[in-house]
Design a protein around this ligand. Structure first.
Ligand code: PEP
Length: 254
């Protein structure tokens, strides 16, 4: 089986001003130094990116964005293009986060457009998908995540898949303190991998990093990351506290 890259990524959401981000990166930098078994990314609000990048310079910490628009430029007030991000050295971008889907009307169609635009600009995408509580309770999680995988990646080439990370994020577990059990996380990440195999074949499916996200923290990370289909984490709340995030990075040094 292909060895997959483990990626521990923070999603700061609408937190951290530029000076707060700088202080956070300066605090965590020495903590994660030399911990090479995983890649470390923090996805930041647009206005905070430059300060975080400056503080992270010379380290392995990457600073990403939390969204990107699918058009190159034009009358899209409040949006930011992939070209704007790459010009300032942003490599990673989260697309399709459930908060974008829930509060800002994003659909699998707009998520797919954003994924394709980011990849065309040479970026690495962290594509978020996952079921809501009612879907899990009615036993259709596999169908939901398989469909999202297919729709969100429609038109993405096999070659581009080397720059796609999938974050399996059960919506009921995000910011709620509820976490999928390691077994649930492993099973659903495996189902996403099966969907990838149907589209791209086993080799690409086995090479794709699939993270778990949803109240991952310093206490539950080791158990979740020990599962064979869980290749890292996308972390919200615990990415705002250096000691907690560092403990998750430690749990990934296996
Ligand atoms: C997220 O925002 O992607 C997330 C997983 O948040 P939390 O860790 O706070 O549940």
């Amino acid at each position: 089986m292909a060895k997959r890259r483990i990626v521990i990524a923070g999603n700061w959401k609408m937190n951290f001003t530029p000076s707060e981000a700088e202080a956070f990166i300066n605090e965590i930098k020495p903590m994660v130094k030399g911990k090479r078994k995983c890649d470390i990314v923090f996805c930041a609000p647009y206005v905070t990116i430059a300060a975080a990048q400056k503080a992270a310079k010379g380290t392995r910490i990457k600073i990403g964005a939390e969204n990107v628009h699918y058009e190159e430029k034009g009358a899209f007030t409040g949006e930011v293009s992939a070209k704007m991000l790459t010009e300032i050295g942003v490599e990673y971008v989260i697309i399709g986060h459930s908060e974008r889907r829930q509060y800002f009307g994003e659909t699998d169609h707009t998520v797919n457009l954003r994924v394709k635009a980011a990849l065309a600009a040479g970026m690495k995408v962290i594509l978020c998908l996952g079921e809501v509580k009612e879907q899990r309770l009615s036993g259709i999680t596999k169908e939901v995540v398989s469909m999202q995988t297919k729709l969100d990646l429609e038109g993405v080439s096999a070659e581009e898949m080397s720059r796609v990370i999938i974050a399996y994020e059960p919506v009921w577990a995000i910011g709620t303190g509820l976490t999928a059990t390691p077994e649930q996380a492993d099973e659903t990440c495996g189902q996403i991998r099966e969907a990838l195999a149907e589209i791209y074949g086993k080799q690409i499916a086995n090479a794709t990093t699939i993270q778990y996200g949803g109240s991952m923290n310093e206490k539950n990370a080791a158990e979740l990351l020990a599962k064979p289909n869980v290749d890292g984490g996308l972390i919200g709340g615990a990415s705002l506290v250096a000691a907690k995030f560092n403990a998750i990075v430690d749990a990934a040094q296996i």
